[in-house]
Design a binder for this molecule. Structure first.
Ligand code: FES
Length: 108
């Protein structure tokens, strides 16, 4: 079973698990501030679940690429939408600040 590490916490999940669900089910604060209430609940349209991932995950799908191609996201930046990402191996996740997680300061 892959391990998902966020600062201060490592949790195991099934291979292929949805990263958004893994984080939320383990009380890891995926959303910044009001994005915790105002988000698309995982359909890939809001872009607030953006994170940086180090490790093996599914390839970005069209929703992930599409939403991250729009401001305030920058398609050149290697973030991913957690709700559109499947965990395939051990990964480390980093969340940046600001509403969409598009900031430059590490949140966790
Ligand atoms: S939760 Fe809205 S894009 Fe992921």
């Amino acid at each position: 079973m892959p391990n998902v590490t966020a600062p201060g916490k490592t949790v195991a999940c099934k291979a292929g698990a949805n990263l958004r669900r893994v984080l939320l089910d383990n009380d890891i604060a995926l959303y910044n501030g009001n994005a915790n209430l105002i988000n698309c609940r995982g359909i890939g349209s809001c872009g607030t679940c953006a994170v940086l991932i180090d490790g093996e995950v599914s390839a970005p799908n069209w929703k992930d690429r599409g939403r991250r191609s729009l401001p305030p996201h920058n398609p050149e930046r290697p973030l991913r939408l957690a709700c559109q990402t499947r965990v395939l191996g051990d990964i480390t996740v980093t969340k940046y600040d600001q509403f969409w997680g598009q900031g430059q300061t590490v949140q966790w």
